[in-house]
Design a binder for this molecule. Structure first.
Ligand code: NAP
Ligand code: ZN
Ligand code: ZN
Length: 353
């Protein structure tokens, strides 16, 4: 007997999200069934629902920042039991055999990881469906433990925005004394600030929005550079070791590469696709680098959750009802979110759907 559930899905790239009834698979021996309590709203959900990247399949149930409670476990599950506080992020499976999986970098699995939504189950080929729903079934290796010190209602954005910014901070060795820039103060950007500050770095926000100055400071940033202020950008010097670029649309990297110190790296975590034409001059002359980074592995995601618990780091959340999601997408597109929408899944009932 499959489990019937309800969620919100996009029926096509043009359609607004709407209530959707569907089945979750039967529990396999190493599966965990989760009652979803909260689901964060990532800009990737919006890109995917609207097919911005050209690889969406419909109906598409978005959501890869999932917080919930275990409702049942399969016969072989050893890591979780009914009632445990858990999270699920952007992937729900990988080959579990390749060198990347063996290293705990399942996001870089040689066979490709299985997305929490818009992916295909590795056994049946069925479409995966995400966290804008009441329940999900995930193999135990891809389920995270949510430490007691984290508030469940504010933890969901850690599962994507948190790990996507934590992973490059760790990859590029950020710690006390590191000089970090964060482009775009949105869902990912505000987590990059909190996490870099938590790791002891000196953090500068690079934003188009002067009205975010007070927020940047409150989030712990030490400085703010307004990217549209040419004079300020020109006089900013070349002092960054790492710049994390979270901008979700095509933009001009030439503004930012000269800000890197020798051997500094600009790591792109936003925008997937072609960028504006880029000059190689600052890269060559300053031995600077441009890199990309996708989410992070499961072990690193657990490390990030434990780090946030130990430092009392929580995302800034605006809780919404499920039926407010289309408005939330519109607001996110206008950068009118401070700084992450989180859907209270209790607002979605069978009657409401
Ligand atoms: P978001 O909350 O909408 O934040 C994006 C921020 O970028 C905005 O707050 C804004 O900050 C800035 N921005 C927006 N439009 C801009 C424009 N036209 N020009 C310059 N800056 C602009 O989005 P998010 O959820 O943080 O996601 C950011 C991107 O990361 C998306 O493309 C998403 O798909 C991607 N992503 C990647 C991964 C990964 O694994 N690498 C994981 C999750 C998300 P200011 O107002 O401060 O300028
Ligand atoms: Zn995401
Ligand atoms: Zn693999």
């Amino acid at each position: 007997m499959t489990m019937k559930t309800i969620g919100y899905a996009a029926a096509s790239a043009e359609a607004p999200l709407a209530p959707f009834h569907f089945d979750r698979r039967d529990l396999r021996a190493n599966d965990v069934a989760i009652d979803i309590l909260y689901s964060g709203v990532c800009h990737s959900d919006l890109h995917s629902a609207r097919n911005d990247w050209g690889w969406s399949s419909y109906p598409l149930v978005p959501g890869h920042e999932i917080i919930g409670v275990v409702s049942a476990v399969g016969a072989d599950v050893t890591r979780f039991k009914k009632g445990d506080r858990v999270g699920v992020g952007c992937m729900v499976d990988s080959c579990q055999k390749c060198d990347q999986c063996a290293k705990g970098e399942e996001q870089l699995c040689r066979e490709g990881n299985t997305g929490t939504y818009n992916g295909q189950d590795r056994i049946t080929g069925e479409a995966t469906a995400g966290g804008y729903s009441k329940a999900i079934v995930v193999r135990q290796e891809f389920v995270l433990s949510v430490p007691e010190a984290l508030d469940m209602s504010r933890a969901a954005p850690l599962l994507c925005a948190g790990i996507t910014t934590y992973s490059p901070l760790k990859t590029w060795g950020v710690g006390p004394g590191s000089r970090v820039g964060v482009i775009g103060l949105g869902g990912l950007g505000h987590m990059a600030v909190k996490l870099a500050v938590g790791l002891g770095a000196h953090v500068t926000v690079l934003s188009r929005s002067p009205d975010k100055a007070a927020d940047a400071k409150a989030l712990g940033a030490h400085a703010l550079l307004i990217s549209t202020d040419e004079t300020a950008m020109k006089s900013a010097g070349s002092g960054f070791d790492l710049i994390i670029d979270t901008v979700p649309v095509k933009h001009d990297l030439n503004l930012y590469t000269p800000l890197l110190d020798v051997d500094g790296t600009l790591v792109i975590v936003g925008q997937i696709g072609p960028m504006d034409e880029m000059s190689t001059t600052p890269l060559l002359l300053g031995r600077r680098r441009i890199a990309g980074s996708p989410i992070g592995g499961i072990a690193e995601t657990q490390e990030m959750l434990d780090f946030c618990a130990s430092k009392s780091i929580h995302p800034e959340c605006e809780t919404i009802r499920m039926d407010q999601i289309n408005d939330a997408f519109d607001r996110m597109e206008k950068s009118d979110v401070r700084y992450r929408f989180v859907i209270d899944m209790a607002s979605l009932t069978a009657e409401a759907a």
